[in-house]
Design a protein around this ligand. Structure first.
Ligand code: ZN
Length: 146
């Protein structure tokens, strides 16, 4: 592993060990279950949206270190964000993990997932919580990375 990979893994393993915002939230307005059959990850997102702003977010479920860390960072990041800002960040994050031609500086803490680009099977782990979030925002109840 390169020095960069080690740094990424350190952040990912920390979030996996001590996930932020894991658990249910009372009175959530949107939720969706996400399933990644390839790895067996199951992540459910619960959020509260008020006036088009996400005021609270949490996740439940179980998955590998990458899917758990991604959900943990995601719930931390989106609190206080507008729906349009979240959609923009999702596009940038998706570009980061799938394209060489991407800019890690635009995605904040999600830059740690730049390394998964080299492992295509892992991209679905990193994006699972995002797909669940987008499904929840669209009023869907479940989604799959298939
Ligand atoms: Zn996984």
């Amino acid at each position: 592993m390169s020095e960069w990979d080690e740094l990424y893994m350190e952040v990912i393993l920390d979030h996996n060990k001590n996930p932020r915002n894991k658990g249910k939230i009372e009175g959530y307005t949107h939720s969706a279950d996400g399933h990644n059959p390839l790895c067996g990850d199951r992540i459910s997102m619960q959020i509260i949206v008020e006036d088009d702003i996400v005021t609270d977010a949490s996740f439940i479920g179980s998955g590998c270190a990458i899917s758990t860390a991604s959900a943990s960072i995601l719930t931390e990041t989106i609190k206080g964000m507008k729906r349009t800002e979240i959609e923009k960040l999702f596009k940038e994050f998706h570009n980061l993990v799938t394209s060489e031609d991407s800019d890690a500086r635009t995605v904040g803490k999600f830059s740690v997932f730049g390394g998964v680009r080299k492992y295509p099977a892992r991209v679905k782990c990193a994006t699972l919580s995002w797909h669940a979030l987008m499904a929840a925002l669209e009023g869907k109840k479940e989604t799959s990375t298939e």
